[in-house]
Design a protein around this ligand. Structure first.
Ligand SMILES: [Zn+2]
Length: 384
């Protein structure tokens, strides 16, 4: 950091991190990994959305980019801003649930404590601040270091460790501030189902989500993330789902950008590019089965920066989503930021490498799935 945290928002640093340590107070219930406790597991473990995730990312920024970065405390998102995406009844429920101490929501993998509603408002505020930063043309890349994450949160319910949809709230705020079109690139390994739900019948927000094949389950997670879920009405074609097989790695994601993300976003011509940047496609992530390394994330960061320069006057904002192996999340996020800032960090003892990337990618399988996605989406977009 070049300065202590500040609220002035006037940073001209290369990287402005919107961050507040209030987001550390949110906790989800311990159990059998992310699931409820069971007698066959003697020792409950901390929920995978643990505070160390983002504490590590703060250290990654401080150590990796001490001269280039600055931390800024965001305002909490207002009720009006949140209700551009979420139903008032749901927000009331969430506030009350947390005020009563929270707990696990049914037998889902998601739970809250008394700090969760406030932390979620801070996280949504961080995303809004990052989008405002980008839209206003201030220099440098804004990065909302959000916890809890947002992309599974639907307008009427929490889902997948998420309560308020930070990216969707930021997109709505950008539209209210004068943007005509916002593109959301979601590279989190899970489907951005809440974001999809928020904009499914609209053409003013494009969602491109690459993720594991993900079936729906119960009333908590009705969206599937399939190719066929590609929008409806005015939104037909503006939801672009790209299911990827287990084992997709650096090469597969590069092809995804070459042949899907870049031509589609270029054709859409947005005023702002938001990235739902979950690094749980990282190799060894316990909530994903993909193999992206620090080098692969470096490529993603670089590609998305170049793309936003080309199509949106460099108006780019990163919004943190998942990433659950706390140590690897640091290496992965270091890669993203190296790519975005075009700086290579020579990390003592590690150099430019990822110490956890050792599995090979099943390239034929990955190509088959990508071919299928391209074949589907060419009905709406100039891809081949
Ligand atoms: Zn995820």
């Amino acid at each position: 950091m070049t300065d202590e945290p500040t609220t002035d928002g006037g940073s001209d640093a290369d990287l402005t991190v919107y961050w507040h340590d209030r987001m550390l107070d949110h906790e989800q219930p311990a159990g059998a990994f992310k699931h409820p406790s069971t007698p066959i597991v003697a020792a409950d473990e901390t929920h995978p959305d643990r505070r160390e995730r983002v504490e590590n990312v703060v250290a990654t920024v401080e150590h990796g980019f001490p001269e280039e970065s600055r931390f800024v405390e965001p305002e909490r998102a207002s009720r009006e801003t949140i209700e551009r995406v979420h139903d008032a009844e749901y927000v009331d429920w969430l506030e009350g649930f947390c005020a009563d101490g929270g707990g696990r929501i049914g037998r889902t993998t998601t739970g809250a404590n008394e700090a969760t509603y406030d932390a979620a408002r801070v996280a949504a505020g961080a995303a809004v601040a990052a989008a405002d930063h980008a839209l206003s043309g201030r220099p440098g890349v804004p990065y909302a270091l959000c916890r809890p994450s947002g992309h599974h949160a639907q307008p009427t319910q929490a889902d997948g460790f998420c309560f308020l949809n930070n990216a969707a709230v930021a997109a709505e705020d950008a539209l209210a501030s004068g943007a005509d079109r916002v593109a959301i690139v979601d590279w989190d390994v899970h489907h951005g189902n809440g974001t999809q739900e928020a904009f499914y019948d609209r053409d003013d927000v494009l969602l491109v989500s690459a993720h594991h094949d993900h079936g729906s389950w119960s009333e908590y997670h009705p969206q599937e993330g399939s190719l066929e879920e590609d929008g409806e009405g005015d939104g037909t074609g503006y939801t672009v789902n790209v299911p990827l097989p287990p084992g997709t790695g650096d090469r597969g994601y590069e092809r995804l950008f070459d042949e899907v993300v870049e031509p589609i976003v270029r054709s859409y011509d947005p005023d702002l590019v938001l990235v739902s940047a979950g690094q749980d496609a990282g190799t060894v992530d316990p909530n994903g089965r993909n193999l992206v390394t620090r080098g692969g994330f470096r490529t993603l960061g670089s590609r998305v920066r170049d793309l936003s320069r080309e199509v949106a006057d460099d108006r780019l904002a990163l919004i943190q989503e998942g990433g659950y192996q706390p140590s690897h999340l640091s290496f992965a996020t270091l890669g993203v930021l190296e790519g975005v800032l075009d700086r290579l960090v020579d990390l003592e003892g590690y150099g430019h490498d990822d110490p956890m990337g050792w599995l090979d990618e099943p390239t034929e399988l990955v190509d088959e799935w990508l071919d299928e996605a391209i074949d589907h989406h060419r009905a709406h977009w100039p891809i081949e």
